[in-house]
Design a binder for this molecule. Sequence first.
Ligand code: HEC
Length: 248
Amino acid sequence: MKIKATILLFSTAMLLAASFSVPASGGAALEPSGANINDTASLQRGAKWFVNYCLGCHSLDYQRYNRLAKDLQLSEEEVMQNLVLSDAKFGDTMSIAMSEEQGEAWFGKAPPDLSLVGRSRGGDWLYAYLRGFYQDKSGNWNNTALANAAMPHVLWQLQGIQTPVYRQETNEQGYEHEVIAHFELTTPGIQSEQEYDETARDLTAFLLYVGEPAALQRKGIGVWVILFLVLFTFIAYLLKVEYWRDVH
Ligand code: HEC
């Protein structure tokens, strides 16, 4: 009996461990993004922001427009009119013309393909990154999630410009140095703070979806699989009771 209980406990623990997905990058605690890939309206807004503000530099080489249409419940016309800004066809991938060499020459670092960034970085990191751009003392863009990021703050007109307010801190060796205490919105943007958070959340949801389009179906099917397993366990239990009645 004891062995049985141990096995049960062990397999439950394994199942639990497997059910949590851990993004590759760790680091400091991040604010939860609140992005929801099952919110179709949010994904549609995210897609629109993405093609207007990001697709100029970042490709999504594993995402096709027609798949996008199906998953985001858009018609071919809607996609072709609102989301295809190049001469790409409905069945094409969301690729771009910029080569890696050009990217490197222009930005110092080639803008990476973002097909899998939702998986490698996770939603909370993406949300922090999109909200983390600030202008430092010398007027350069920097980012709290990715120090010295080579990407300019392409959404600054929406968010506005935030600049850090510093405070002095003494480290273990007794040296004083400046750390960012908080940010101040020195130039307001078109959007309010809440609206910009929403934009960042929509973009995050969109990139999470692109990282695993099948997640939309997978999670839907998963519920039925679990229900089936529960039902089947019950049937198996009844069967066991029936068999053991004769043995006892
Ligand atoms: C002007 C070109 C340009 C545009 C437009 C642009 N980016 Fe970037 N992006 C870059 C470059 C360059 C990097 C590489 C930064 C680095 O590693 O220092 C980058 C990096 C990133 C990363 C980090 C990838 C990683 O894992 O390190 C993310 C996420 C990202 N961009 C998202 C976006 C989103 C979302 C948009 C649209 C709102 C956008 N980018 C628009 C140039 C651009």
